[in-house]
Design a protein around this ligand. Structure first.
Ligand code: NAD
Length: 267
């Protein structure tokens, strides 16, 4: 059976931002293979969820105290911690300079810069540190960092978002080197263009269209031109890869980031 092949039954895994989008699909996939999954998200109430094998913990990844007490709560309640998926993230499309001058709100401000760096970078640091403290004691554990194709390739109108993901890629490489000797693996997963998620709001599409000098209707509709496999990524495609990377089947993989983009390499 698949769940036996992966060996994730009863493993305890925290998924940040697990209440929506990619995170929710990772949670469902892990629960299906028998893991005990904890959704760590702003948008949940702490306690058992409606789904078997899924427990919710309300926490804010940008707040050190909130993260530490959430992770400690999980370890106390479940008696162990085996994996962390750093998935919570936001993307605010912003131009460096609004040359047309029609929408100054889509020019990068310290406020939008700070928001993205707080959640996408500081959040990964805080959750990674809190989990790694437990993993180091146990002598094993896995951290998966959800980054983005934009973190390697850059992205028109999303330079700050792209920079946050570049920083996460550097955490992945550095933590891989630093934590390997403690039995901890750290792996990045970098999606490209995917099915819509909670991130893909009308406000996001409007900002993206303006920063790309196009209209909302013309945004990335003909995938055959940009994605060699001819379709956007399914959220389950990403969940499958994350599930595999958390398992011992991926036991020799650390300090690297996998693109999952249907062959697309520039955006
Ligand atoms: P989403 O908006 O659907 O979900 C994000 C979740 O994170 C939400 O449940 C939200 O409540 C939670 N969250 C936000 N701030 C938080 C905080 N401070 N503390 C705790 N939880 C918080 O987003 P998504 O599209 O599923 O994106 C998930 C990850 O995948 C992000 O890191 C994103 O950058 C990355 N990614 C997404 C895409 C895509 O196409 N959607 C592409 C590449 C990378």
């Amino acid at each position: 059976m698949l769940q036996d092949w992966l060996g994730l039954k009863n493993k305890v895994v925290i998924v940040t931002g697990g209440a929506s989008g990619i995170g929710a699909h990772i949670v469902a996939e892990l629960a299906q293979v028998g893991a005990k999954v904890i959704v760590l998200d702003l948008n949940v109430e702490t306690g058992p969820s409606d789904s078997e094998n899924v427990y919710n913990v309300q926490a804010n990844v940008t707040d050190a105290e909130s993260v530490t007490s959430a992770v400690d709560h999980v370890v106390e309640k479940f008696g162990r911690l085996d994996g962390l998926v750093n998935n919570a993230g936001i993307n605010l499309p912003r131009l460096l300079v609004d040359v047309k001058g029609e929408h100054p709100e889509y020019e990068l401000s310290t406020d939008s810069f700070n928001k993205m760096f707080d959640i996408n970078v500081k959040g990964v640091f805080l959750c990674g540190q809190a989990a790694a403290r437990h993993f180091a004691k146990a002598g094993e554990g896995v951290i998966i960092n959800i980054t983005s194709e934009a973190g390697v390739e850059g992205s028109d109108g999303q330079s700050a978002y792209s920079a946050t993901k570049g920083a996460v890629n550097s955490f992945t490489r550095s933590w891989g080197k630093e934590l390997g000797k403690h039995g901890i693996r750290v792996v990045g997963v970098a999606p490209g263009i995917n099915e819509p998620t909670g991130l893909t709001t009308p406000a996001y599409n409007e900002a993206l269209a303006y920063t790309r000098n196009t209209t909302v209707d013309s945004l990335n509709t003909d995938y055959r031109k940009v994605i060699p496999l001819g379709r956007p990524g399914k959220l389950d495609d990403i969940a499958n890869l994350v599930t595999y990377l958390l398992s011992d089947r991926a036991g020799y993989i650390t300090g690297t980031t996998y693109a999952i983009t249907g062959g697309k390499s520039r955006g």
